[in-house]
Design a protein around this ligand. Structure first.
Ligand code: SF4
Length: 309
């Protein structure tokens, strides 16, 4: 079975339903919404029905059946991005659809599903009860982070989930990157208790991390201090008609932070803007709107394709 998507950080996409609602600046130019409209769908926004994708579950099972062959040919188990045309933790979707999807994901043990969400606050309440006790080892969890405010707000929640549920790996999709982000200086939320409000920590460094969930169910040990960190960082600029530029130094800074901590870093794409003039010469700092294809994905002369083991 050959790789099926051109998305650089995965091998396959699987959708169980289509439709969503915008929740932040990263959604402003949602390609899935534009695609939905192009095919005359009306599945975006509050009150709009989501569209069930009939072949979604069957496709996942098929990838799972072909996983050994894929592994032989590619040296890794098939990575599956769920869901590229929706958010699996969307409040508005039929709960039965989500439970059906979770059950299929749990059974597809030879795949490596990548659950990517912009709704990390929903994860714990929406997963099946069995996952709260035994998160499936083959499934990873990723969140989108596009600026420092989202990093400070959502990364502590992701690390809490990793510590609480024993998730084998967690990652960040920083696309479209809309501002500089210091992952080594995340500021903790205001409800962490008087000693830890506004505490600054490095989310890339495995070490003592203070969690808030002491009273909740936990598989990762006792007490509030856990040994957890972000396992993967994917960065990219925006593509499409209304793309916003990403400063090359924002990307370099994240690359350098990942290198310093040994965190796998993947540079997905420049998007429409890149530090190359129309003649193809690399510029010092200015970016030009030269189009996604011409912009490519070289950063300082090479590709960056780190993935967690
Ligand atoms: S969460 Fe994802 S699918 Fe939903 S509107 Fe935002 S970008 Fe689009």
């Amino acid at each position: 079975m050959t790789q099926q998507t051109k998305i650089e950080w995965t091998d396959f996409t699987v959708n169980f339903w289509e439709g969503c609602q915008k929740v932040g600046p990263g959604c402003d130019h949602c390609y899935a919404e534009a695609r939905n409209q192009r095919f005359h769908g009306d599945n975006w926004g509050p009150g709009k029905p989501r569209r069930y994708v009939k072949g979604g579950i069957a496709k996942l099972h098929k990838i799972n059946r072909g996983a050994e062959k894929f592994h032989e040919e590619n040296g890794h188990w098939p990575r599956v991005f769920c869901s590229s045309l929706s958010d699996i933790f969307d409040n508005a979707v039929d709960k039965a659809w989500r439970l059906e999807a979770f059950s299929a994901l749990e059974q597809a043990t030879d795949t490596r599903p990548q659950l990517l969400t912009k709704r990390v606050g929903n994860v714990f309440q929406m997963i099946p009860q069995s996952w709260a006790m035994h998160w499936p080892r083959h499934i990873g969890l990723m969140i989108t982070v596009v600026n420092q405010a989202e990093a400070d707000r959502d990364i502590p929640k992701l690390l809490d989930l990793k510590a609480k549920l024993g998730i084998s790996w967690v990652g960040l999709s920083m696309e479209p990157l809309l501002g500089p982000v210091r992952l080594d200086r995340i500021v903790s939320p205001k409800n962490w208790g008087e000693n830890y409000d506004g505490w600054t920590f490095d989310c890339l460094t495995t070490g003592d991390y203070y969690t808030l969930f002491g009273e909740g169910p936990s598989l990762s040990g006792d007490g509030p201090w856990r040994d957890v960190a972000i396992d993967w960082v994917i960065v990219g600029g925006e593509s499409g008609h209304h793309a916003r530029p990403t400063h090359p130094d924002w990307i370099r800074s994240l690359r350098d932070q990942c290198e310093a901590s040994g965190t796998p870093f993947l540079f997905k794409q420049w998007g429409e803007f890149a530090p190359f003039d129309p003649a193809g010469n690399e510029t010092d700092r200015a970016v030009f709107k030269i189009g996604k294809k011409a912009a490519g994905r070289l950063l300082d002369g090479r590709t960056w394709d780190g993935v967690p083991t």
